[in-house]
Design a protein around this ligand. Structure first.
Ligand code: MN
Ligand code: MN
Length: 295
């Protein structure tokens, strides 16, 4: 029997609306913390939950940064800002991103690559062909596709599930199937086209519920397990709910209970743009994360 996709379309719609709202409020001089918190509030107002913390990655950071509780970083004139938003509805996930800033070529390269890739999101397409069109489109702007970042399958309560969708022709002949839920996310850069692991992102995920002797740590585990299950969360969310809990994080990471995501800077410090949509694979592909004001 065909799955009911209404939760997926709802999650996608919320994510798309919140992403576009984020673009609207991100004027030069705005603190990243304000942008993140407003987008996250918008997701709640629209009836969704955050599927992961709003990622606000500047300039050569391709992905994986969310502000801390006392973050002073601003989005400044001349910056390239990636706004990556995830919303969930009954566990179904919408994952979507756009980039703002003055470098229109850089921004259009990933946007155009995404549009070309979506045309191929039909049953039977080999994954390598999606990567091929993404890289060719970005190369046509004299820019590089970031080859060690990829799109992915999406499942309930799991943002990255199953297949990886490459941003270059990696030879993967796996075929898309009717009804698959996937995210496509090309990254364009004027650097080498590789990310490496950088500083802390302030994003974590519960990977084990094994006991810890740390009493605050136990509170953190119970809270995270109840609120976010297997989905990524921001340290600031936990600190707001459990004041003073920041102190337990290093222990929980060392004990293998929390996974700490690292920032993903471009290796040669190239500027990076990203665009992402969540797609339902159909003979006519369905873009689940379209917002009403998407351009
Ligand atoms: Mn994303
Ligand atoms: Mn994604």
């Amino acid at each position: 029997m065909e799955e009911d996709y209404s939760d997926w379309l709802k999650a996608g719609n919320i994510a798309g609306e919140a992403r576009d709202y984020g673009k609207k409020i991100s004027k030069p001089g705005t603190p990243l913390l304000e942008i993140a918190e407003k987008i996250e509030s918008r997701i709640a107002e629209l009836g969704g939950k955050t599927a992961f913390p709003v990622n606000l990655s500047l300039n050569h950071i391709a992905a994986h940064y969310t502000p801390t509780l006392n973050d002073q970083t601003l989005y400044n004139e001349g910056d390239i800002l990636k706004i990556d938003v995830g919303a969930s509805y009954n566990g179904a996930v919408g994952d979507t991103a756009l980039t703002i800033g003055n470098d229109k070529e850089l921004i259009n390269a990933s946007k155009d690559a995404l549009a070309e890739a979506i045309k191929l999101c039909v049953p039977g397409t080999e994954l390598r062909m999606i990567g091929k069109v993404i890289r060719e489109t970005i190369n046509s702007y004299n820019l590089q596709s970031i080859t060690n970042l990829s799109g992915h399958g999406i499942a309930r309560y799991i943002v990255h599930h199953g297949i990886s969708i490459p941003n270059y022709d990696n030879g993967d002949k796996t075929k898309l199937t009717n009804g698959q839920t996937i995210a496509i996310e090309p990254f364009a850069t004027n650097g080498e086209g590789q990310v490496t692991e950088g500083g802390v992102s302030n994003i974590y995920r519960l990977i084990s519920k094994r006991p810890t002797r740390n009493p605050i740590g136990r509170k953190v585990i119970d809270f995270v397990n109840k609120e976010y299950k297997t989905l990524p969360f921001a340290k600031r969310w936990v600190e707001k709910a459990i004041p003073g809990s920041a102190i337990a994080f290093p222990t929980l990471v060392r004990e293998g209970i929390l996974h700490s995501y690292g920032q993903l800077p471009e290796r040669s410090k190239g500027l990076v743009s990203q665009h992402e949509h969540s797609i339902l694979v159909r003979e006519k592909p369905v873009i689940m994360t379209l917002g009403e004001n998407s351009d």
